[in-house]
Design a protein around this ligand. Structure first.
Ligand code: ADP
Ligand code: MG
Ligand code: MG
Length: 498
């Protein structure tokens, strides 16, 4: 029986504008023409996903976030890849190494980081603690000779200007390199079988080397550290339903590069970790060469002082931190906004063409000091996004909430406004998509966000890796503000080059 696959009528529910119809002729027609084929596609996609590890822990199963192999459900995915213009895809590819370099350069300017975030520090307790660790490292003149960055720069294609604009740059815990690759394989596989009937060519889905690129970067970093008995330490949350994305990476690291990884929570690192006089971090007596953070980016990752002790211990160690505290801070939204100010990029990047390429993808970004922008945002909140210094999705403020928050902050005239930045809202064009969640396929108008992964590895002056590696497309119902997959707003997707 295929009763677990429930479909809505298969008809587009909303009135479409002529624009939307012409943008995607094939996909819209699909279920109208042949519902049987459509059912089969969904069925095949669900089977393929289950057999090939396109999976996450199921919220409704209690141990699914702690015990691997328990309570798996397919990750939410788009049934078919989403059209994306080749020219903007190439632009995103070219930007990846530039952002890698920018992160490295900015991270070396401790004074810039401290000063840019000095007012945020007063308003945001979490950022303040990160800055404290950063200033401790500045005080002891801690040198990070081997620097590893595994980043993801996220973009949306603004419909009105046809410009690829950056949403944000993630320097810590950039997720879905693993599952993103699997979903690209799913789409190529479906198009290999059904492409002729759908009029879609599988080779237009770009090969996704995100997870192999990240694994290789971790392996090369491990190699630079040059201690063959050392392991990679993956810092994890106590419960993680996105663990299979992480296991993909660590399994490839082990199988292809023979490098072992151990998974520890911050509390465990506090309990089991110690520093040797030469700076080597030992966990339960085992030396650690690379620390890969998949936790530590949110206040909830630090429920007690124990976790902060662990973060400091790791930062003090000689292990390669991905990210170091300074790379982490470069990824804050406040720094994104500071870098978008006139003449700031030029302080870090000499090449004028590179500066121009970077600047071209910057959307409007403002601190709440710009009273005319704040005024406009109160009048037209729909044109802005208000962002606190948070990661992981679900933290931004939109619409009426945005207006009310700004009005409240204006009235109080308090420091609290330094906790936020304002950003121009980007409006990608919506197109019909099939979103598969929990075995159910919904048809809706959707918009997409392209994530471009970048890997960077440097030992002193020797740049070992500075590459774009793979991508992630996340697609969400166009009426939804936020975009997180883990947070339940979006589905994993890949691109179909047009
Ligand atoms: P986080 O670090 O929590 O992921 P983001 O800046 O990526 O924060 O914002 C979360 C989501 O909000 C994005 O994935 C995107 O869907 C939406 N978003 C953020 N900024 C904008 C913007 N300027 N225009 C439109 N949508 C945005
Ligand atoms: Mg983020
Ligand atoms: Mg984001």
């Amino acid at each position: 029986s295929s009763s677990f696959v429930t479909l809505n009528s298969g008809k587009v529910e909303e009135e479409k504008t002529p624009d939307e119809i012409s943008a995607t002729p094939i996909v819209t027609d699909l279920c109208d023409i042949n519902p049987k084929l459509f059912q089969q596609l969904i069925h095949d996609a669900l089977v393929w996903s289950s057999l090939h590890g396109l999976v996450v822990g199921d919220k409704s199963v209690q141990r699914s976030g702690t015990v691997p192999g328990v309570g798996l459900v397919h990750a939410p995915f788009a049934l078919l890849p989403t059209f994306f213009p080749q020219i903007h895809w190439q632009e995103g590819c070219e930007l990846a190494p530039l952002f890698n370099e920018l992160v490295d350069r900015v991270s070396l300017d401790g004074k810039f980081l401290q000063e840019s975030l000095s007012r945020t520090k007063k308003a945001d307790g979490f950022t303040s603690r990160l800055l404290d660790i950063h200033s401790m490292m500045l005080k002891i003149n801690k040198k990070e000779e081997i620097r590893l960055g595994l980043h993801r720069s996220d973009y949306m294609l603004d419909a009105q200007t046809n410009a690829l604009l950056q949403i944000e740059l993630n320097t810590i815990s950039a997720s879905f390199a693993g599952l993103g690759c699997v979903v690209s394989e799913l789409h190529r596989n479906l198009l290999n079988h059904y492409g002729k009937k759908l009029g879609l060519d599988p080779s237009r889905v770009p090969r996704n080397n995100a997870v192999s690129g990240f694994a290789e970067a971790l392996a090369k970093a491990w190699n630079e550290y040059n201690n063959s008995s050392a392991v990679v330490l993956v810092v994890v949350q106590t419960e993680e339903r996105n663990m299979y994305d992480q296991h993909w990476l660590c399994t490839i690291l082990k199988e292809r590069h023979s490098v072992s990884a151990i998974r520890k929570t911050m509390a465990e690192i506090d309990a089991e970790g110690e520093l040797q006089p030469d700076g080597t971090l030992l966990i339960g007596g085992q030396p650690v060469s690379v620390i890969y953070f998949r936790a530590g980016y949110a206040p909830s990752d630090y429920p007690s002082e124990s976790e902060w002790r662990a973060r400091l211990l790791m930062e003090q160690s000689s292990a390669i931190k991905c990210p170091s505290i300074s790379y982490h801070l470069v990824g804050t939204k406040k720094i994104q906004q500071e870098l978008a100010k006139p003449n700031v990029l030029e302080r870090f990047i000499e090449n004028k063409d590179d500066v121009a390429k970077l600047r071209k993808c910057f959307a409007g970004l403002w601190s709440l000091d710009y009273s005319d922008v704040v005024k406009t945002a109160i009048e037209r909140p729909d044109l802005f996004v208000l962002k606190p210094q948070r990661e992981g999705g679900g933290n931004n403020v939109y619409g009426d909430d945005l207006r009310e928050t700004l009005q409240k902050l204006e009235k109080e005239g308090s420091e609290e406004r330094d906790a936020y930045i304002l950003m121009q809202r980007i409006f990608p064009s919506a197109s019909p998509a099939f979103l598969v969640q929990h075995g159910i396929c919904h048809q809706d108008h959707a918009i997409s966000e392209l994530g471009m992964y970048g890997a960077y590895l440097r030992n002193k002056d020797n740049i070992i890796i500075n590459d774009h590696c793979g991508y992630l497309l996340r697609t969400k119902v166009s009426s939804s503000n936020e975009g997180g997959v883990a947070a339940g707003f979006a589905v994993l997707d890949s691109i179909y080059l047009t």
